[in-house]
Design a protein around this ligand. Structure first.
Ligand SMILES: [Zn+2]
Length: 215
């Protein structure tokens, strides 16, 4: 076993790389190419397949800050595009999908919240922890098959405890990945019911097959 192998292609890496922080070689990192155009109301930064999927998944499990910085540095063209969209859309809040994982606390609120915090600094709008997971089924969506996700999507409630004002406001709903789109669809529904005027969606990675699915 080669202890200094790239996580993506398993080719051994030069020692100059900080393997703990960036476990992928430069060749693999070039597969991480952000979109430069967005669909209206749906903002996905990276198509997540093959090596790019491995990189994004690895960050989700090991969200080291240097690794994260590299992912967002490469997303710069997409983030600039998002900024120009914000000038038109004028979002009032960034609302992350709440994470069920018990590891979420350890990771500083989970991947969706970490992404929302980055976007908050970029767009200069607040993060609102407005969603509560109200599903009776306690299992994680990530562990379910696609069929199971369609059959039992998460259900969300909107909390009023923090004094958020949602009536006639606009929000950007934030998650790390979109796979089936069911989680985001349910979250958006809950927010619209709570009085939000408009809810757009932002994800770091999406499975390309589902790019055109309604959410
Ligand atoms: Zn590699």
């Amino acid at each position: 076993m080669n202890l200094h192998a790239c996580v993506g292609c398993e080719i051994s890496m030069p020692f100059s790389w900080n393997l703990k922080n960036l476990p992928f070689c430069q060749t693999c990192f070039t597969y991480l190419k952000p979109h430069t155009e967005f669909n209206s109301e749906f903002y996905a930064v990276y198509p997540s397949h093959g090596v790019s999927h491995k990189i994004l998944r690895h960050w989700k499990k090991h969200p080291h800050s240097l690794f994260e910085t590299e992912i967002f540095r490469r997303a710069r063209p997409a983030l600039e595009k998002l900024k120009s969209c914000h000038r038109k859309e004028s979002w009032d809040y960034l609302i992350p999908i709440p994470q069920k994982s018990s590891r979420a606390f350890l990771l500083g609120g989970g991947p969706a919240r970490r992404i929302a915090e980055r976007l908050a600094r970029e767009l200069n709008i607040p993060v609102a922890d407005a969603l509560e997971n109200r599903s009776s089924d306690g299992s994680s969506q990530a562990k379910k098959s696609l069929q199971e996700r369609f059959e039992s999507p998460l259900e969300f409630g909107v909390t009023t405890h923090h004094g958020y004002e949602f009536f006639n406001k606009r929000a950007l709903l934030v998650d790390d990945f979109m796979t089936s789109g069911q989680t985001l669809k349910q979250a958006k529904l809950a927010l619209v019911r709570a009085g939000l005027d408009d809810v757009s969606i932002f994800v770091l990675g999406h499975r390309p097959h589902f790019f055109n699915r309604d959410v």
